[in-house]
Ligand binder design. Structure first.
Ligand code: ADP
Ligand code: MG
Length: 380
């Protein structure tokens, strides 16, 4: 199917520099018999147009609540939710349904097709509701969408005549009916066997290649790893993705603890972050931009030994060896740098809870120690 099938190539959509999805300090409280339940806590999440993002986390951690904030199915108690430059948190009920129909395709775990009407009619329904396409074009477009999900032969059957995987593909075709820039799917493969799940995932991949922005909640960590980016949610809070990348063997609640401990610092391009020879007391994770590791060499000029981008760390060598900086660290000239700083005391506390993480960091430190010595011309 030609790429031009979709009207918008969404990577080109101008959003005044805002990410296509932008959640700012979102809090959600549910009223319950025993008082307010804090389901989302200060959630900040930015997703750029064209990204394929997975959201993972234990059952009850707040994944569906988070998606409901984005789709406007529910509202944040405080905070802002921007989708495709619209403030979803401030849309009134009258405008919400039509806005949602035009901007978002939503796929549910249990498909939620209307059982009394045919497959093709299910797909035409959103077009009828939003009047995005002239009446005489709707059936043809629905048929093309069914071809896209390889179900054209089943157009006139009732949904219940189809298998689970086929019904989910119909639901995806329906989600695409109005050519929305964003597709949101809550455990779309949760109810499918692994082979069928794979074909649904492949379909999402094709859509991303065509410029759609896709967010899926999934329990399948294998699938999550194959998206561009994964957001882990624990007890209603988002774990920093770079903290998770550097210490993948921490449990979700330990990662959350590390995220809350970490202090974010920003540096201008070219700024010195720390100097060789000074006391070391902090472990750093790069979260934006690139830092340069600069080594002094006896009787020679300094050398940039390494460049570290987002998800890389420094300061672990000094944590395990003598606590004096072995190298200077500088923000690269390419642009500003953000780092997450975790004090050695806090790092000790975390590593005491996870032997695997302690071992992984120690090995990294030993490797860097060897590299450091060989750069200096000292055989290790
Ligand atoms: P997940 O999708 O990650 O399994 P949910 O977002 O559905 O989690 O739920 C997060 C928490 O909020 C759970 O503890 C759940 O029981 C609670 N919750 C969800 N919806 C409501 C509601 N309407 N009223 C009260 N509590 C709710
Ligand atoms: Mg859920």
């Amino acid at each position: 199917m030609a790429i031009s099938f979709f009207k918008q190539k969404n990577n080109d959509v101008q959003l005044d520099g805002r990410p296509i999805i932008d959640l700012r300090e979102v809090n959600k409280y549910y009223k319950t018999a025993v008082g307010d339940y804090h389901a989302l806590e200060n959630v900040d999440l930015q997703i750029n147009a064209g990204e394929f993002v997975s959201i993972i986390g234990k059952s009850g951690s707040g994944k569906t609540t988070l998606l409901n904030m984005i789709t406007g199915i529910d509202r944040p108690t405080t905070g802002e939710v921007w989708v495709n430059s619209t403030g979803v948190h401030e849309l009134n009920e009258n405008k919400m349904a039509r806005w949602r129909g035009r901007n978002l395709g939503i796929v549910f775990q249990f498909f939620q097709l209307l059982p009394m009407i045919s497959v093709i009619e299910n797909i035409m329904l959103p077009m009828d509701f939003c009047r995005t396409y002239p009446i005489h074009e709707r059936r043809k477009r629905a048929m093309e969408l069914l071809e896209l999900v390889e179900l054209a032969d089943h157009a006139h059957k009732l949904p219940t005549a189809l298998s689970g995987g086929q019904q989910q593909r119909v639901a995806i075709a329906r989600a695409l009916a109005n050519d929305p820039p964003v597709v949101i799917a809550d455990e779309p493969t949760g109810n499918l066997d692994s082979k069928t799940a794979e074909s649904v995932f492949a379909l999402f991949n094709d859509l991303v290649a065509k410029g759609k922005t896709i967010i899926i909640v999934t329990h399948d960590s294998g699938l999550a790893k194959r998206t561009h980016r994964t957001a882990l949610i624990a007890d209603g809070e988002i774990v920093n993705e770079y903290v998770a990348k550097v210490m993948p063997t921490l449990t979700p609640s330990q990662l959350l603890q590390a995220t809350k401990t970490a202090k974010q610092h920003t540096y201008e391009a070219g700024a010195m972050i720390l100097s060789e020879g000074t006391n070391a007391d902090t472990f750093y994770i790069v979260s934006k931009g690139t830092v340069e590791v600069i080594l002094p060499r006896p009787n020679q000029s300094d050398v940039i030994a390494l460049q570290l981008g987002p998800g890389k760390c420094f300061g672990e060598l000094e944590f395990f060896h003598e606590k004096k900086h072995r190298a200077s660290i500088r923000a690269s000239e390419a642009g500003p740098v953000e780092v997450l700083a975790i004090g050695y005391d806090q790092l000790s506390g975390l590593l005491e809870q996870s032997e695997a993480t302690q071992e992984a960091l120690r090995q990294m430190a030993n490797k860097h120690n060897g590299e450091n010595l060989s750069w200096r011309g000292v055989s290790s």
